[in-house]
Design a protein around this ligand. Structure first.
Ligand SMILES: [Mn+2]
Length: 467
């Protein structure tokens, strides 16, 4: 039995790296994403495979524009037309922020599209394929609103919510496992963050991501393959391959964090074992790369260069840029910093850079100031300086770029040191500072969890947009 496993299509996303195609009126990145999906479906038909599993995140949000819905539907309709069954799993991007179900995918259930299952709850389906039956356990994106009531979730920390969700999920999954027929192959199709998935640039944000599922949850001998979605970097989490726990990754680059990743889908083969062994089935799988749009970062430090403009142009000339999405970053010294060769923003002629990059598919130019923190420490500020006001004055004397606000900063520092709770005026902005607030939050964590909780959830919401 052959299965095509793909995930994280995000059709309609990444428009910032494209332009309007004058012939069609569509964003070129929309066309790129359609092309990648189309190539994946081409392969499913050419094999032909017995089943297609989609691991979730069809669109960037739950309410895609009709032309985007249509492009998605017309690709998957090719499978329906060829009698190839399909499971569309609901990812976090496919759900409304509140409420249940797969908002953008539920239309396929409503229409009763033949051979198409929308996985928006934890459930098990036995699917009849050209090569026999297979069992699919669907595990859509789960968060606190899926399994917990609001008042419970609001009083707990992220770690406690995570544990409680796992406690609720465990018996649900055991219940599905008990229903399985051991004579049939079984695949788990899940949209989740497994706790040892290797992330790219997103890794730093993982703390705010909340719900993660331990790998041991998925590496069960009753599963012949675990088909995941959510993480955009292709990887197999279980090196023993028993079972393979695979993120196929996204089918196109959604942003620059995926610059160096290969994109594609996975072809899975499940065959009955020849000699009766501990397992009834043997699984092999293969990652199949797609020819997707190239992203390339050109980063050059010209802060001490004698000819910054020429150096930047030379760096561009070294790279194949035709039809590529380019990000040019050149680093300079901040304006006003005294340095023998301190190159400043105004020394760069950006019109020439635009000209040099004009054959790129899309490009951005970004001037970056080299961080102040990398400068050597001030020798005047040895450990002998005990008075913070002396330390601040010395610091400000060495920062000519801060002269305009130096007096205000000293006044503000004086006010801060004078009282515990005070308001500091900095120009037009009045900032309320509560010097005790940091200790308050800690002390209140037990007594007043809900207020500490609210601060945390706000941060989380801002960090949840990447995957
Ligand atoms: Mn996702």
């Amino acid at each position: 039995m052959k299965i095509l496993h793909l995930s994280d299509i995000h059709m309609g996303g990444g428009f910032a790296h494209g332009r309007i195609d004058p012939e069609t009126g569509y964003n070129t990145r929309f066309q790129d994403f359609v092309k990648s999906l189309s190539r994946s479906i081409d392969r499913a038909l050419a094999e032909p495979v017995d089943l297609v599993l989609f691991g979730g995140d069809a669109f960037p949000d739950a309410t895609p524009a009709p032309y985007i819905q249509q492009a998605f539907a017309s690709q998957f309709y090719r499978l329906v037309d060829a009698n190839i069954p399909l499971v569309l799993l609901v990812g976090n991007h496919d759900r409304h922020a509140q409420g249940q179900g797969g908002a953008s995918l539920s239309i396929y259930r409503s229409l009763g599209v033949p051979g198409t299952i929308v996985g928006d709850t934890i459930d098990t389906y036995t699917i009849n394929t050209q090569s026999g039956q297979i069992q699919i356990i669907t595990l859509p994106w789960i968060d606190r609103s899926t399994l917990l009531t609001r008042d419970i979730a609001d009083t707990l920390s992220i770690l406690e919510v995570n544990q409680l969700l796992l406690d609720k999920l465990q018996p649900r999954l055991e219940g599905e496992i008990r229903k399985l027929d051991p004579e049939l192959p079984t695949i788990v199709l899940a949209h989740l963050m497994a706790d040892n998935a290797t992330l790219g640039a997103e890794k730093l944000l993982a703390v705010g991501r909340g719900f993660t599922i331990p790998l041991s949850f998925l590496t069960r001998s009753c599963f012949d393959y675990v088909a995941l979605g959510h993480v955009h970097r292709h990887q197999n989490l279980n090196k023993t391959n028993d079972p393979a726990v695979v993120y196929p990754g996204s089918i196109e680059r959604v942003d620059f964090s995926e610059e160096k990743e290969e994109k594609g889908y996975v072809i899975v083969t499940i065959e009955p074992t020849e000699q009766p062994a501990s397992k009834n089935f043997e699984t092999t799988w293969e990652f199949c790369p797609l020819p997707v749009r190239t992203f390339r970062t050109i980063k050059i430090d010209v802060s001490t260069s004698e000819q910054p403009q020429a150096d930047i142009l030379a760096a561009i000339a070294k790279v194949e840029i035709a039809d590529v999405v380019i990000r040019l970053i050149y680093q300079l010294s901040p304006v006003g910093v005294a340095s023998p060769l301190g190159n400043r923003v105004e020394l760069i002629n950006t019109a020439d850079l635009h000209q040099a990059l004009s054959t790129a598919h899309h490009y951005t130019i970004q001037a970056e100031l080299i961080s102040q923190l990398s400068r050597p420490r001030l020798p005047e500020l040895g450990c002998s300086v005990g008075d913070p006001m002396v330390a601040l004055s010395t610091y400000l004397e060495n920062r000519p770029d801060l002269q305009d606000i130096a007096t205000a900063m000293i006044a503000a520092a004086n006010e801060l040191l004078a009282g515990d709770r005070t308001s500091v005026s900095a120009g037009e902005n009045t900032v309320l500072l509560d010097l005790e607030s940091s200790t308050d939050t800690v002390a209140d964590a037990e007594g007043d969890r809900s207020s500490a909780k609210k601060t945390r959830s706000k941060k989380t919401a801002g960090q949840l947009t990447l995957l």
